[in-house]
Structures are given as structure tokens and as C-alpha cells.
Design a protein around this ligand. Structure first.
Ligand code: GLA
Length: 581
């Protein structure tokens, strides 16, 4: 009996574990400004600036140490801190600890983040070999990654030291293969590879997933209240979006950002293509903000605002990366713009979805929690001025909506179309409020946070496909081509690979589910099934267009599944997929 009670209490607590990062984490990380050449003084100076500038109160709470803090792993397994870098970490008895550092951040009303590695060796040991702050000692002593040490390391970082956030990188699984110079010369032991950069099909995704799953179990064992954010850093590799949301709160969707317009757009695109994977407690992470650096410095306010606007519409973590102590006030004000942050942090957690593309332009819309409110980003990606118009109907809104510019606060009333003139590289970010185009109808692409991907069928993709395709997309086919059924374009819908299983949380609030489904190209036999709480509500096998219209009264979880011929990659559209109240 006592056991059962204990188990029930534990599972209630584990349930609570998911209740972290219900909105995208916000904060600061030293990597982009300092790499491993950072120290406690620099970090605390930035922490003081976060407080004094008002950015802490605007939401930037997590101060996250990155690579470089470790000196060595002792023979007893415990990691020692580099106390030259963290002077407060040298205790009176000669041992080392990051607890004093964490306490200093907590005393400022901030949260503390730390960095570690899922493999044996860290990224700096492969890619920053000139760093003065690399781990020291024997080959084993320099293996400061969590591989083989998950339980002890989580007890140290999250239990003893009390960090609130842990970023877990993965170079140890990718960059220590026998042919790498730093392995051939005997500096590090060979490992894997379990991740092959740019080759998701060649990665051992299942083993990578198991490692992160194991780490999450250890995190929950140390911190059963679930008050730790786990940030998974496999740079979009190992088909991470397909599984990361079960263990982590954020996952990187791409390689490291650089302070260039091109890199920023590239990283944005990798997150923007995956709105159906995200929701409260599980966020696509296109990497840290480059505000203050390169093409986003004080001489580029248009680009800086665009960068933050794109992260906000994509519900991305907002982690600043510049040395805030020298950041001009104008840029601090951009970072702290409350109306933009409010869009990023909207509690409904629906990531923005692309509804229109033009030459160098893009329109994304994000359903907000307040009834009748939507955020819209109109993006000029190119170097020439552009006029962008989007019919309100494309945003599922009736004519006559009110619009407020999130940057200027300017208000206006719209007719049937929203038109903006954009300077080169400008993004307009607006909040619209008004009536729904078709009251009582909600497209699945309007509520991506309610969608959960149970299986995305990615394992079937060929090498070339695996590198570029996104298995479950909104308003596009997995290949990235426009969504079509039987040769005809479909404006709104979900594109999947046959074999995918997509769940939608209805919580009993809807009367019907409707869609026109079919294959994107060619006449391939596919079985379509709609399940309500596990019961088959609709099943059809055929090659043509399928009309689906099923009652879902009282259904909590809807499931959409498709099955094509074995071993064949088939793109399927759930066109105009909608719920009706
Ligand atoms: C990887 C990560 C970066 C940073 C460095 C540290 O490249 O993607 O964000 O943490 O490692 O070495």
C-alpha cells in the first residue's frame, strides 16, 4: 500500500516535470561573445547589467555558463572546476564547487545554467584546441562528458550545485572518430560515430535518443520537482525533433549561428519549418541571438529587430549572446521590447506557421492565447525594398481587424488586406485582433501546440532526402514543395510521410474533424485512419482524394495515421484539416 502511494506521488511529481519551460526559456550565454575565454567576473558583470538594464525583469532570467568550466575529472569520477576561471569555486578545504557561483546568480533574482556533454569529450576538445581552458590530465581525466557518468554528474551539477538549466552538447558522439587528428595523435579515445554531421540517415539516432532519455531520468531522480530545463544540442542531427520533446525542453535545429544575415535566416528556417513539433515545454531552438554582433550590431537596427521578430514568431528561446556591459542602450531596448517578448512568450505556445511566400518575402502567423488575437510577421529577406500584402482571409481572420505594430505601438484598422512596405531586411511584427473568418472552425495549422508527433516516418528517407526534408510540415510537403492533392494546390494543411502518426489534443472541445486527404504526387495506394481516443472513427484505403468528416464529440485525443506501400517514401497531405465546434 505504502509503495503504491509512493509510486503515485512519484508519478504525480514526474507529471509535474513536464511543467517546465511552458514558454521558451530566456536569458544570456557567454559562448558567442567569449567562447571558452570567459570567467566569473565577466559573467557577473553581465548578470549585473541584466538587472540594471531591466532585461531581467523583461524575462531574461537564465544566465548559462557554456563550454570551458571544467578542469579535470578526478579518479573518483567527480569533476573539478577551473578555479582560475571561477575564483569563488575554490573552497576552504581545497575542493571545488560551482555552488557559490549559483548562489550569487540566485541572489540577483536570476537562474543559473550550466553546460555539459552527452558523449565523453566536449566540443572545445575538437574545435577549440587552442583554448587555454581545455580539460587537463590523463585521457580519462579529460573525459568530462556525462557518458558513463550520467547519475553522478547530474547529482553534482543539479543536486549539489543547484543549477536550474543544463545544455547538453553532443560533439562527443560525432567528432571523435578514429580518423580525426585529435584521436589519431592519441589525445582522445575514439568514439562512434553515433552522429554523422549532415547525414541523419547514417546516425545511430536510437542510441542518441536513449542517451538523452537516460539523462532525463537522472535529472528527474535528482530534481523530482521537475524544475530543471534540459536543452538538447545535437544541432538538428540524429532526427532530434522527432524525439527531443519527450525528454528535453528545447532542441537545436541547426548548426551554430554566426552573426550574419545569411546564417540567421538559415537557422530561422530550420526552426520555422517545424511548428508542428513545438508546444509548451518543447521548443525548436534555432540557437542564441546574435544581437550586438556583426550584422546585428548597433549599426544594423533593422536587422537586429528582424532577428528578434523572427525568433518571437517562431516561439524560439531568447538567449542573448553579446557582452551586455558594452551594449549600446538602443540595442538593449530592442532586446527588451516588451510587446515583442510577449509574442515570443505567449502562453498558448503555438509556433508561427508560414502562410505566404514571395520573391524574398514570407508571412508567418501565430495564434495567440487571447481570443481573436494573432501575431503576424511580414518578412523581407532580401536586399531590395518590398511591398507585402496578405489577405486577412489567409490569416483566417475577417476583414476589419485592428492591427498594432509590436515595435512602434502604432495602431490601425485593416480592410480585407494587410499591406506593409518593408525596407531591405525589415520584418514588420503586428498583433491583429478581430473576428474569425469562419467562426467555429479551427485549422490544425492554427493550433500547432495541440499537435503532437507520435511518429514521423523519417527512418524511411534516403540519404539525400534525410538531409533536407522535414517529415511533418505545415502548409508544405515534407520535401518542402507546395502542398498538393491530385495535382491541385492545397492552401492549408499538414504534409506528412506515409507512416506518420500525428496526435491532436482536443480535450473534448470539438464536434467534428474534417479534411480532404490524398497523396501529394502520383496515385499511390494509402490507408488513411482517424482514431479518437484509440477507437477507429474513419478508415479508407485508396489512391484518390479522400473526404473525411467525422464526429469527435467528447474525444480527448485524435490520431491521424497513414500507411503506404512498404519501403516506399510517399508524401501525403491532410488538406484543409480542421476542427469544428
Ligand atoms: C557547440 C554548440 C555551441 C557551443 C559550443 C561550445 O558548437 O553548438 O552552442 O556550446 O559547442 O564548444
Amino acid at each position: 500500500m505504502r509503495r503504491t502511494l509512493l509510486a503515485a506521488a512519484l508519478s504525480a511529481l514526474c507529471g509535474a516535470a513536464a511543467a517546465q519551460a511552458l514558454t521558451p526559456p530566456m536569458g544570456w550565454n557567454p559562448w558567442n561573445a567569449f567562447h571558452t575565454e570567459v570567467d566569473e567576473g565577466k559573467i557577473m558583470a553581465v548578470a549585473d547589467t541584466l538587472v540594471a538594464s531591466g532585461l531581467r525583469d523583461a524575462g531574461y532570467r537564465y544566465v548559462n555558463m557554456d563550454d570551458g568550466w571544467w578542469r579535470t575529472r578526478r579518479p573518483d569520477g567527480r569533476i573539478e572546476v577551473r578555479t582560475g576561471m571561477f575564483p569563488s569555486g575554490l573552497l576552504a578545504d581545497g575542493s571545488t564547487s560551482l555552488r557559490p557561483f549559483v548562489d550569487r546568480l540566485h541572489a540577483l533574482g536570476l537562474k543559473a545554467g550550466i553546460y555539459t556533454e552527452i558523449g565523453r569529450n566536449a566540443c572545445s576538445q575538437a574545435w577549440d584546441r587552442h583554448s587555454p581552458n581545455l580539460p587537463e590530465g590523463t585521457t580519462a581525466a579529460r573525459e568530462i562528458g556525462t557518458f558513463g557518468h550520467q547519475a553522478a554528474d547530474m547529482r553534482l551539477l543539479l543536486g549539489e550545485w543547484g543549477f536550474d538549466y543544463v545544455k547538453v552538447d553532443a560533439c562527443g558522439l560525432a567528432d571523435f572518430t578514429p580518423n580525426q587528428p585529435w584521436v589519431r595523435d592519441g589525445t582522445h579515445a575514439a568514439f562512434g560515430p553515433w552522429i554523422v554531421r549532415g547525414r541523419p540517415d547514417a546516425a545511430n539516432s536510437a542510441r542518441v535518443e536513449q542517451l538523452y532519455a537516460g539523462l532525463r531520468r537522472e535529472i528527474d531522480a535528482v530534481r523530482p520537482r521537475g524544475d530543471v530545463v534540459l536543452s538538447i544540442c545535437t544541432w538538428g542531427e540524429a532526427r532530434v525533433a522527432g524525439w527531443a520533446g519527450r525528454y528535453g525542453h528545447t532542441w537545436r535545429t541547426s548548426a551554430d549561428i554566426e552573426p550574419t544575415w545569411k546564417s540567421m535566416l538559415h537557422n530561422f528556417d530550420t526552426a520555422a519549418a517545424r511548428p508542428l513539433y513545438a508546444g509548451p515545454g518543447r521548443w525548436n531552438d534555432p540557437d542564441m541571438l546574435e544581437l550586438g554582433h556583426g550584422e546585428f550590431d548597433a549599426r544594423h537596427p533593422v536587422e537586429a529587430r528582424a532577428h528578434l521578430s523572427l525568433w518571437a514568431i517562431a516561439a524560439a528561446p531568447l538567449v542573448l549572446g553579446a557582452d551586455l556591459t558594452t551594449m549600446p542602450r538602443a540595442l538593449l531596448d530592442i532586446a527588451g521590447r516588451r510587446e515583442v517578448i510577449a509574442i515570443d512568450q505567449d502562453p498558448a505556445g503555438h509556433q508561427g506557421v508560414t502562410v505566404q511566400r514571395g520573391a524574398d518575402t514570407q508571412v508567418l502567423v501565430r495564434t495567440l492565447a487571447a481570443p481573436g488575437h494573432k501575431a503576424v510577421a511580414l518578412v523581407n529577406r532580401g536586399a531590395r525594398p518590398r511591398r507585402v500584402s496578405v489577405p486577412l482571409a489567409r490569416l483566417q481572420m475577417a476583414p476589419g481587424a485592428g492591427a498594432r505594430d509590436a515595435w512602434t505601438g502604432q495602431e490601425r484598422t485593416l480592410g480585407a488586406t494587410l499591406t506593409v512596405d518593408l525596407a531591405p531586411r525589415e520584418t514588420a511584427l503586428l498583433v491583429l485582433r478581430g473576428d474569425a473568418l469562419r467562426p467555429g472552425h479551427v485549422l490544425l495549422t492554427e493550433i500547432p501546440a495541440r499537435v503532437r508527433i507520435l511518429g514521423d516516418g523519417a527512418a524511411a528517407l534516403s540519404t539525400a532526402q534525410a538531409a533536407r526534408w522535414v517529415p511533418v510540415q505545415a502548409n508544405a510537403a515534407p520535401s518542402g514543395r507546395p502542398l498538393k492533392i491530385g495535382g491541385a494546390a492545397v492552401a492549408d494543411g499538414i504534409g506528412v510521410l506515409a507512416g506518420a502518426r500525428v496526435a491532436v489534443d482536443l480535450d473534448g472541445g470539438f464536434a467534428r474533424f474534417r479534411s480532404r486527404a490524398g497523396t501529394v504526387a502520383g496515385r499511390v495506394p494509402v490507408t488513411y485512419r482517424v482514431l479518437g481516443d484509440g477507437k477507429v472513427l474513419f478508415a479508407h484505403r485508396g489512391t484518390g482524394v479522400v473526404g473525411v468528416d467525422v464526429p469527435v464529440e467528447g474525444v480527448r485525443t485524435l490520431e491521424l495515421t497513414t500507411q503506404g506501400p512498404d519501403g516506399k517514401v510517399v508524401e501525403v497531405a491532410w488538406g484543409a484539416a480542421e476542427l469544428v465546434r
